[in-house]
Design a protein around this ligand. Structure first.
Ligand code: BMA
Length: 334
């Protein structure tokens, strides 16, 4: 007897890898670098801007801007770190700055950068702002350690900004994706779990985190998140999708059961950390409907994969709607 599956089982490629991959490696860098990976991404006029995580041979990371007209080739890379750790004034950056996510906030007329500051007490979430990716102003740390994988929404809900992030605490049942609110981008509260890591054999069991910032679509906020599967051979970082209600982003409308992108190519399977695809930025070209997802491969290079937004939304429409769509204070901290 053939049973019909309730959830889609496409096993097709939503995101297609670019033939130029890997787009950028440490060999392309204008100054000595160990690895380049996990870049925030945005479009400013005719230019694609990547804010690239660069790891030096101490193991500390900084961020450097790379610009290109087609988003694929002829990258112009700043000749020195564009956003270097500043441990004298921001002690939480003692061991570097990592994994930036960029959000254009129209009412502020500036980009808000959420990044990981690696402090001796653990990684935490810091914010900075810029208008041009030449000069940056820090807003400082906004979440205590351990917390990372954060991005700010481009607009307020009511009168509050919203941010997705991923705290981890010792002894907790897992590392989940959280949503918090702020009147001013500095003071954050009303914390609650947005997406739970699943359990057991699931690809996204025990530890999940936001990948690029939420993307506004007519059908809801599109989320791409990573699931970390611990295996005897090491961790596997794979990607899944979710959709949040546009006006009530704490309501999860859809969540993919399957991962939709996983390490397959040699530059994703082998590197400093094997088996990692880790996007921190994506750009939607509204005219063509193409999403460009920029991702780190194996913590060693930067790569690009593209998808059509209509295909992604079509896929999500066939994904299950989580059963508890109402925000309930009873389940905030389970
Ligand atoms: C995560 C982050 C990423 C990294 C990934 C795989 O925890 O630190 O920067 O790409 O691990 O090592």
């Amino acid at each position: 007897m053939i049973r019909e599956s309730k959830s889609p089982n496409l096993y097709g490629e939503l995101f297609k890898r670019h033939s130029n991959n890997p787009l950028l490696t440490a060999q392309d860098w204008p100054y000595p670098a160990h690895t380049v990976f996990n870049a925030g991404a945005c479009q400013m006029g005719d230019e694609t801007i990547l804010l690239v995580r660069v790891e030096d041979r101490r193991g500390h990371s900084h961020l450097t801007v790379a610009r290109s007209n087609d988003g694929v080739s002829n990258w112009h890379i700043d000749s020195k770190p564009s956003f270097a750790p500043d441990p004298e004034n921001y002690t939480e950056e003692a061991w570097g700055v990592e994994d930036p996510r960029l959000t254009w906030v129209p009412e502020r007329d500036e980009w808000i950068i959420a990044y990981t500051a690696y402090s001796p007490s653990g990684p935490l979430v810091s914010l900075a702002r810029t208008k041009d990716f030449s000069s940056f102003t820090r807003l400082g740390p906004v979440m205590p350690p351990e917390d990372k994988d954060a991005a700010v929404f481009p607009r307020r809900f009511g009168d509050r900004y919203a941010m997705i992030h991923r705290p981890v605490s010792a002894g907790s049942s897992g590392a989940h994706i959280w949503l918090s609110f702020s009147p001013d981008l500095t003071h954050w509260g009303d914390h609650h779990i947005l997406l739970h890591a699943r359990r057991g054999a699931w690809w996204d069991a025990n530890k999940i985190g936001l990948s690029p910032p939420p993307l506004e679509t007519a059908e809801g906020w599109l989320l791409l998140y990573h699931g970390v599967r611990h295996t005897p051979g090491g961790c596997l970082y794979r990607l899944g999708l979710a959709l949040l209600d546009l006006e009530n982003p704490w309501q999860v409308l859809r969540r993919s059961d399957e991962w939709i992108f996983a390490p397959e190519m040699p530059y994703e399977r082998q590197g400093d950390v094997n088996g990692v695809v880790f996007p921190c930025g994506w750009i939607l070209d509204k005219a063509s409907g193409t999403i460009r997802m920029y991702y780190g491969g194996a913590d060693s290079c930067l790569a690009l994969a593209t998808a059509q937004i209509v295909d992604v939304l079509d896929y999500l429409r066939r994904c299950p709607a989580p059963s508890t769509r109402k925000r309930s204070r009873m389940t905030l901290f389970d």
